[in-house]
Structures are given as structure tokens and as C-alpha cells.
Ligand binder design. Structure first.
Ligand SMILES: NC(=O)C1=CN([C@@H]2O[C@H](COP(=O)(O)OP(=O)(O)OC[C@H]3O[C@@H](n4cnc5c(N)ncnc54)[C@H](O)[C@@H]3O)[C@@H](O)[C@H]2O)C=CC1
Ligand SMILES: O=C(CO)COP(=O)(O)O
Length: 343
């Protein structure tokens, strides 16, 4: 059995990167694990090292002493047995190109990101494989109902560690098991990734409904039909139906669509209140992946002949070809069919 990782690199010191670093550091504190965060801004690295906080993202949360930070990515990567990626999805390909020469051989690369690349429709695990030429069995994804701020406050949360290799998934899960965080493993990497990507787009739709003053029937209908279209896409890509009923499917969808902490839900609400996309983008200080991933999800679905009416309506609102008022009528599709139909 593999021993606990001694050194873990977390690339990206934003909301989730910093919180997940805390999860790993709390989990491995008594096993000698050290977690190093790569931060872009020197002030952020200094604050983490000197005051053990990252106030811009996590307020007063005090980070454990076995977390340090640096702006030197090569130093952070050197000797790490696990490399966690927590940067905005649309930037990851470029970042991996700069990290490549410094990547520690044999490390497991873990994606925390919930986005699909525009232009290529690539999932994050596919980009990691392509850009780093990394073995599939050493690429994992962590996804689930994981609003960072709640986890930073140590509120009990479950999640999923997915990898096509069960042993790798188990090893990573063992490295992130502080009392407040319970990871389950899953070998359905595709299903877990798709669940995390599409729920952001559905959360935009629910936020728009909320912003227009619509009530719980509408939101529950959009969430449920949102899960149906997410499931169609995941299954068309080879993902498993059961995954979509689990934490990375239904679980994350419910958390994101009901939480005011969600950036995607918040962005949707602002659109629903009548702000333009430019105005919404100006207000958002953190990443709302659905805004950019929506089009990629739709392109991927169209290529596979999968119908995604809610995603389509959200994309039209984002590109300005459908008003939020007209969106309501389109949200649930018009063609009558049986509820159980996947196709
Ligand atoms: N915050 C949350 O509750 C959760 C977020 N996620 C996912 O984690 C990923 C990262 O999200 P967050 O940490 O929340 O985002 P964030 O916006 O809080 O932080 C992003 C981090 O990436 C850094 N970064 C590096 N290169 C960048 C570039 N070129 N442009 C912009 N920022 C750059 C930023 O400095 C910042 O530290 C996203 O894919 C998100 O969907 C997943 C689960 C929970
Ligand atoms: O992924 C998340 C919760 O699981 C966070 O959602 P937002 O990116 O919308 O904040």
C-alpha cells in the first residue's frame, strides 16, 4: 500500500485551491504531509506564509501550519507526489505548457476544475493528458457539492474522487479525509467531470429564474430537467447513469442551484435582474465557469446529437440573442415526451 504523500502542490490560491489545500493539510498533518500553494500574486503568498490567511477569498479562516505558499511554480512542483490544479478552466492549457518542464515525474495530477474548454470542447482531464502527456491512471478529478466557503468553515461535506484507476482514486481519497470532508471514489471520470461542468450552466438558468422573481416550482423543474440533459450528455460520452444520481451529479447540482454562495447562481441572478453580461462580468471577482463553458457544452452536445434545451437557452441569453423574459418559455422545451426518455 502506498504511504501518504509527503509533499503536495496546489496550483492556484483562489477560493477552492486554498480551501482544498486546507483539506489536504488537515488530513495529512499527523502523517507529515506538507502542502505548498502556488499563488500568482506575491502579496497573496506573503499573507499565507506570514498570517496563515487568504482573506480575499476565505475571510478570517486560519490555514494550518503545514501549508506554505510561493509564486515560484517550479519550486512548488519540485518533489511533489500529488499536483492539484485549481485555476480557471479556460487558462489551464496555457498554464500546463509553462509547468510542463517542471512537472515531477510519477506524480498524480488532480483537477478541481469544473469547466469545458471553449473551441476544443475538451474536459480538464483530457487537457492534462494532452499537454503533459500524462498517463490516464495518474489523472484524477475531485468534484461534488463543494462550496469552498462552507468547507473552509469545516461544515461536513461529501465529495467524489474520480480516476479510471481505482487504486489511484483510493490513494487520493485517503489524502483528503479530515473529519469534515468525506470523499467517495468513482472510476467514472467522464460522468464525474460532466456533472461538475454542466451544473454550472444549469445554476445560471436557475439564477436567472430567481432574478426574474420566479418561485420554487420553476427552479425545481429546471434543476430536474437540467439533470436529465446532463445525464444525456454524460451517457453519450460513456459516463454512467448512477454517477449522475450521486454527489457529482445531483448533489452538486442541488448545492450550486440553491446556494447564494455559488458564483454561477449569483451571475445568473444578476442577469435575471436585468444586468448585461458585461455588467455581470464586471461585478464578479471570482470564476463563474458556466459563463464560458456554456457554449462548449452546447457544441459538444450538438456534435453528439444530444438535446440540451436549458443549456441552449442559457447560451442564447449569454450571447444576447434571447431576452431573459423570452427564456422562461423555452426553458423546459416544447416537444411532449415521456419523462423517462433519455434520448
Ligand atoms: N470555489 C468553489 O466553491 C469551487 C470551485 N471549483 C472549481 O475550481 C476552479 C477554480 O475556482 P476557484 O478557486 O473558485 O476560482 P477563483 O476565482 O477563486 O480563483 C482562481 C485562482 O486562479 C488563479 N489564476 C491563475 N491563473 C489565472 C489566470 N490566467 N486568470 C485568472 N486567474 C488565474 C487566480 O489568481 C486565483 O488564485 C473552477 O474551475 C471552479 O469551477 C470547484 C468546486 C468548488
Ligand atoms: O462547484 C461549486 C460547488 O460544488 C462552486 O460553485 P460556483 O463555482 O458556482 O461557486
Amino acid at each position: 500500500m502506498r504511504t501518504a504523500p509527503r509533499k503536495i502542490a496546489v496550483m492556484g490560491a483562489g477560493s477552492w485551491g486554498t480551501t482544498f489545500a486546507k483539506v489536504l493539510a488537515d488530513s495529512g498533518a499527523d502523517r507529515g504531509t506538507r502542502v505548498q500553494l502556488w499563488a500568482r500574486r506575491p502579496e497573496a503568498a506573503a499573507e499565507i506564509n506570514e498570517r496563515h490567511t487568504n482573506a480575499r477569498y476565505l475571510g478570517g479562516t486560519v490555514l494550518p501550519g503545514n501549508i506554505s505558499a510561493s509564486t515560484d511554480f517550479a519550486a512548488v512542483l519540485a518533489g511533489s507526489e500529488v499536483v492539484v490544479l485549481a485555476v480557471p478552466a479556460q487558462t489551464v492549457r496555457g498554464q500546463l505548457r509553462s509547468f510542463k518542464a517542471a512537472m515531477p515525474a510519477g506524480a498524480v495530477v488532480v483537477s478541481l476544475m469544473k469547466g469545458l474548454e471553449r473551441g476544443t470542447d475538451a474536459r480538464m482531464s483530457e487537457i492534462i493528458r494532452e499537454e503533459l502527456d500524462w498517463p490516464q491512471e495518474a489523472i484524477a478529478v475531485v468534484s461534488g457539492p463543494n462550496l469552498a466557503l462552507e468547507i473552509a468553515r469545516e461544515e461536513p461535506t461529501a465529495s467524489v474522487v474520480a480516476c479510471t484507476d481505482q487504486e489511484t482514486a483510493t490513494w487520493i481519497a485517503e489524502a483528503c479525509t479530515p473529519e469534515y470532508f468525506r470523499p467517495y471514489t468513482n472510476t467514472d471520470l467522464v460522468g464525474v467531470e460532466i456533472g461538475g461542468i454542466v451544473k454550472n450552466v444549469i445554476a445560471l438558468a436557475v439564477g436567472i429564474c430567481d432574478g426574474r422573481g420566479m418561485g420554487d416550482n420553476t427552479k425545481a423543474s429546471v434543476i430536474t430537467r437540467g439533470l436529465a440533459e446532463t445525464t444525456r450528455l454524460a451517457v453519450a460520452l460513456g459516463g454512467r447513469l448512477e454517477t449522475m444520481a450521486g454527489l457529482a451529479g445531483l448533489g452538486d447540482l442541488v448545492a450550486t442551484c440553491s446556494s447564494s454562495l455559488s458564483r454561477n447562481n449569483t451571475a445568473g441572478r444578476l442577469l435575471g435582474q436585468g444586468l448585461s453580461l458585461a455588467e455581470v462580468n464586471e461585478r464578479m471577482t471570482q470564476t463563474a465557469e458556466g459563463i464560458k463553458s456554456g457554449q462548449a457544452v452546447l457544441d459538444l452536445a450538438r456534435g453528439l446529437g444530444v438535446e440540451m434545451p436549458i443549456t441552449e437557452a442559457v447560451v442564447m441569453v449569454l450571447e444576447g440573442t434571447l431576452s431573459v423574459d423570452a427564456m422562461a418559455a423555452r426553458l423546459l422545451g416544447r416537444q411532449l415526451k415521456s419523462e423517462g426518455e433519455l434520448a
